[in-house]
Design a protein around this ligand. Structure first.
Ligand code: ADP
Ligand code: MG
Length: 225
């Protein structure tokens, strides 16, 4: 119990700090990257190597920011009725190419007219973080299925992959700040995702089997339209 309390306090601090600075930091990172590239193109081999290391480190910083805040500006916190299928259509342009690049595919089966309550940018962040994790878990012939439906005054959203799966002991750690099994992971994606879903009065559960895949089930109060 005590551990839980400390964990959520720590999470609180990390998240609020990140939300306020991350957005401001992305632009200068991009500008710096551009100039480093320019300088690299007119430098000797040794300097080029240093520039490339600098660019890699900048990219790593960008990944951390992306896991935290893909779309949302801290000041845009309004809650609206979200059309789940519409949000998925909007992020398809980002996630489909990502899946293709990893040699896999995404199959969407989400009917129109399912509404839930929340902040659209934050909900996009949730979907992107979860789908990205699925893609990053791809083994060969990767596939992600996204489906949604309503039942008993709730809207359910499932994201299922056929990837590498999660160990039982690791399932307990999902959402802990900095818990990652990836060499280039941040361990921040699920922490943020859990918090956003909580703020939407929703729930998220993981089911996984090693080398079979992982299924994330989210449920939210259904909004009548
Ligand atoms: P990151 O993706 O940066 O590692 P996350 O918080 O998004 O951080 O995920 C934490 C960890 O949870 C991952 O490193 C991975 O071990 C595990 N994980 C999450 N989703 C999946 C998934 N769909 N398949 C396999 N492992 C997953
Ligand atoms: Mg992730």
């Amino acid at each position: 119990y005590n551990h839980q309390l400390q964990l959520s306090e720590r999470t609180e601090i990390i998240s609020s700090l990140a939300a306020s600075v991350a957005h401001e930091v992305r632009n200068p990172l991009q500008v710096t990257r551009g100039f480093l590239q320019l300088m690299g193109s007119r430098s000797d081999e040794k300097d080029k190597e240093y520039m490339n290391i600098a660019i890699e480190e900048l990219d790593r910083a960008s990944v951390i920011i992306t896991d935290f805040l893909t779309f949302s500006k801290p000041q845009l916190e309004e809650f609206v009725d979200i059309d789940v299928s519409q949000v998925i259509k909007q992020i398809e342009g980002i996630i489909m190419p990502l899946a293709t690049l990893q040699g896999g595919r995404i199959i969407v089966s989400v009917p129109a007219g399912l509404y839930i309550r929340g902040n659209i940018s934050k909900f996009k962040q949730v979907m992107i973080n979860l789908i990205k994790n699925g893609i990053e878990a791809f083994e060969d012939d990767g596939e992600i299925q996204i489906r949604a439906y309503d039942k008993d005054s709730k809207v359910y959203v499932h994201i299922k992959d056929n990837g590498q799966g999660i160990e039982a002991a690791e399932l307990l750690k999902l959402g802990e700040p900095y818990f990652t099994t990836k060499t280039k992971g941040t361990g921040l994606g699920l922490m943020v995702t859990f918090r956003i879903i909580e703020a939407m009065q929703g729930k998220m559960e993981f089911e996984s089997e090693k080398h079979k895949g992982t299924e994330v089930t989210m449920s939210f109060p259904k909004v009548k339209h």
